[in-house]
Design a protein around this ligand. Structure first.
Ligand SMILES: C[S@@+](CC[C@H](N)C(=O)[O-])C[C@H]1O[C@@H](n2cnc3c(N)ncnc32)[C@H](O)[C@@H]1O
Length: 387
């Protein structure tokens, strides 16, 4: 019979080997917090098109521990309601809550540069596993965690209590932070946001750190690490790629319906200088979201099987439709904003600058705007004003 404590030690050793787990205090937390208790009633394992429910009760205990300490993200809720305990067979659905893979969790907690006495706000409690690690590290009174889904919050709270942590589990919209326990030394978000909400900065002490994933596509998102200044602004960098599920209120409904009808009337048509297929890569996708925030990328095929790609900006009522012609592409653009002109300008400037990686992107947040730029590339600068 597998011993959970030895599984925890094994997982900690894997995280040390991968270079993500560095601090002895966090290692002690990883070796102590029982991840399997945060996965009840169960998880959904990815089968490609469907999700297979696996519950603690219905699984061999050794197998259950193997899953719990597998260093994978484990989906715990689909479509904002379904748990593995409610279904007996594989189902389709969209993940809406999970236990993030421990390597990402640990890497993010390390990036917070925690010290004894720090007070942390976590946005996106999920299972409560990452909350428990921080409670173990800092003490339960120093951790406040906000979860938007009441059922998820209740399960996390129960799991935290069972593991011995009576922390502040708040049900609410973490995009508003949690002013009642502010100011914090650190804010960490484990869901992606279109932009870092200014209240997170307002609720953080000068010198404090705000860490969260920015972007609204399932890929092409970046982990922003900001240091809050004395004047209420924050400066930082995108420290790396970071895939996270979108904050609920900001999740975009997929563009549906007859796409060709939506793109029926174009204002212009031309050959592209850059293939739209680059938008399927991480850094070009990130740049696209900086150049035209709020835009969605859609893949489709024509009746003859040839590829079609789209950019849609529902708010600006604009589109770009891409039609393949052998190796080259034609773009048809419509609406008040020529989306592809803006994106292509950024992509060409980025290629001319030597195609720097995502960690070259800097950002500054003020109450009125979010600015992103890449040093030594003056044309790679984007200013998003808050209306
Ligand atoms: C990836 S999971 C969190 C993983 C968690 N930290 C863990 O280790 O188990 C993201 C969570 O963010 C929650 N969430 C989404 N939007 C939110 C919001 N606006 N405020 C608070 N929580 C939110 C989701 O319901 C989901 O439970």
């Amino acid at each position: 019979m597998t011993d959970p404590a030895s599984e925890r030690r094994r997982m900690a050793a894997v995280l040390v080997d991968r270079g993500v787990l560095k601090s002895p205090r966090l290692r002690a937390a990883v070796e102590s917090v029982p991840r399997e208790q945060f996965l009840r009633p169960g998880v959904f394992l990815d089968e490609g098109r469907t999700w297979r429910p696996v519950t603690a009760a219905g699984t061999d205990p050794d197998e259950w521990l193997r899953i719990a300490y597998s260093v994978d993200s484990l989906t715990t809720q689909l479509d904002g309601r379904l748990t593995a305990g409610q279904v007996g067979v594989s189902v389709v659905g969209v993940p809406t809550s999970s236990s993030t893979d421990p390597a990402t969790v640990v890497d993010m907690i390390e990036a917070l540069d925690l010290a004894a006495g720090h007070r942390v706000l976590e946005v996106g409690t999920g299972t409560g596993y990452s909350t428990a690690l921080m409670c173990h590290y800092l003490g339960e009174d120093n951790v406040t965690t906000v979860e938007v889904d009441p059922q998820v919050a209740a399960r996390a709270d129960a799991a935290l209590e069972a593991a011995g942590f009576s922390t502040w589990t708040v049900t609410g919209d973490g995009l508003l932070g949690h002013p009642y326990r502010a100011p914090y030394d650190r804010v960490i978000a484990t869901c992606a946001v279109r932009r870092i909400p200014y209240v997170w900065i307002r609720q953080t002490k000068p010198g404090g750190i705000v860490l969260g994933t920015v972007g609204s596509w399932p890929w092409g998102t970046g982990l922003a690490k900001l240091v809050v200044g004395d004047d209420g602004t924050a400066d930082g960098v995108i420290v790396g790629r970071s895939p996270f599920m979108q904050a609920r209120a900001q999740a975009m409904a997929p563009v549906a319906g007859d796409l060709s009808a939506r793109a029926a009337y174009a204002d212009s048509e031309r050959r592209t200088r850059v293939s739209p297929l680059v938008l399927e890569k991480w850094m070009p996708a990130f740049l696209t979201q900086l150049a035209v925030p709020g835009t969605q990328f859609v893949r489709a095929t024509r009746g003859d099987g040839s590829p079609l790609r789209y950019l849609f900006d529902p708010e600006k009522e604009s589109f770009a439709e891409f039609l393949a012609d052998g190796e080259s592409w034609t773009v048809r653009q419509g609406g008040p904003v020529a989306l592809w002109d803006d994106v292509e300008r950024s992509l060409v400037a980025w290629q001319d600058a030597g195609a720097p990686e995502i960690d070259s992107v800097r950002l500054r947040v003020t109450p009125a705007s979010h600015s992103y730029w890449i040093d030594h590339a003056p044309s790679l600068r984007w200013e998003h004003r808050i209306a």
